[in-house]
Design a protein around this ligand. Structure first.
Ligand SMILES: Nc1ncnc2c1ncn2[C@@H]1O[C@H](COP(=O)(O)OP(=O)(O)OP(=O)(O)O)[C@@H](O)[C@H]1O
Ligand SMILES: [Mg+2]
Length: 284
């Protein structure tokens, strides 16, 4: 769907390049996670791919054609949920969505989207009176308003309570299920695990890793099983190597004869992989 080759970009006036040679692609029907520490260029890359920032070096292809060869009609295909909600605060939610919808030839039905996002009752309220989470949901609704084929979402669940985050994630998954493609930037590794088919980790303007969450967890994890079991009055911990476990009599003996407290495989989490690959903690 999109192919990015050796992309480089420097903001005018900055000495250093923000994007220092990135190559990746994402396909139709895929949710592609674009992850990395704050300030490393995720939003910048997204803005380059959707042509808000220009003057880049390298190449970007959309459906096999150079991005530069497209006119504005490319925006009929693309829905964008910006990092900062792009909304008119003096207008109501409904007025905002109608305004954006009427810019496109194939506008979406507003009512089902607002109902799903729990904003239908508030449709006639001015956006200035919206809470952060309400604005965030309306920003997501705005991204869907032109019935896009590709969605670019920059931290779509930021500021949402768990129930609303669930709704947004379900809508993203359904969008993909119906053939849509998603470029997703987020700091929520749990969302990534749940939604993304593949992820790229970036740091220092470069791609550090690209793979599926499952593959990364296997590659960065330890091939081990950790047991905790009761032994008289104490709890004993033991670690077994997965590769030799089928011949390990002690392991099976524990399972048969002891009361287990916990059992875990050594698969790591995306949070841990994030820290390892990018060298930055997400909770900083
Ligand atoms: N308009 C601009 N002019 C100059 N530098 C900019 C501009 N916008 C962003 N930058 C710089 O580019 C770098 C990347 O910013 P970007 O917003 O792409 O980061 P990010 O990865 O999206 O971070 P976050 O996770 O915090 O959203 C930062 O160092 C930032 O200061
Ligand atoms: Mg950003």
């Amino acid at each position: 769907m999109f192919k990015v080759c050796d992309l480089r970009f420097r903001y005018p006036g900055n000495k250093e390049y923000t994007i220092k040679g990135m190559s990746f692609e994402f396909d139709k029907g895929e949710i592609f996670g674009f992850l990395g520490p704050s300030g490393m260029g995720k939003s910048t890359t997204q803005k380059l791919i959707i042509r808000i920032l220009r003057n880049y070096q390298g190449e970007i292809f959309y459906k096999g054609k150079d991005l530069k060869s497209y006119d504005k009609s490319i925006y009929n295909d693309i829905g964008v949920g910006f990092e900062m909600p792009v909304l008119f605060t003096k207008l109501t939610a409904m007025e905002n969505l109608k305004f954006y919808r009427d810019l496109y030839p194939d506008g979406a039905k507003i009512k089902p989207i607002l109902e799903r996002l729990g904003l239908w009752e508030d449709r006639n309220k001015r956006v200035a009176a919206f809470s952060k989470g309400m604005k965030s949901r309306l920003n997501f609704a705005r991204a869907l308003i032109n019935n896009p084929n590709v969605l670019f979402l920059d931290e779509p669940t930021s500021g949402l309570d768990p129930t609303n985050a669930r709704i947004v994630k379900d809508m993203i998954a359904e969008f993909r299920h119906n053939g849509g493609t998603v470029f997703l930037t987020t700091h929520m590794m749990h969302d990534v695990d749940e939604l993304c088919d593949r992820v790229a980790f970036i740091a220092d303007g470069k791609i550090r890793e690209i793979s599926s969450p499952k593959d990364l967890k296997l590659r960065y994890g330890k091939r081990e099983i950790r047991l905790e079991y009761k032994d008289q009055d104490s709890v004993v911990k033991e670690v077994f190597n997965i590769d030799t476990i089928k011949e390990n009599a002690e392991f099976f003996n524990i399972l048969r004869t002891k009361d287990l407290v916990t059992i875990h495989s050594g698969e790591t989490t995306l949070d841990e992989i994030f820290i390892k690959v990018t060298g930055v903690r997400t909770d900083e």
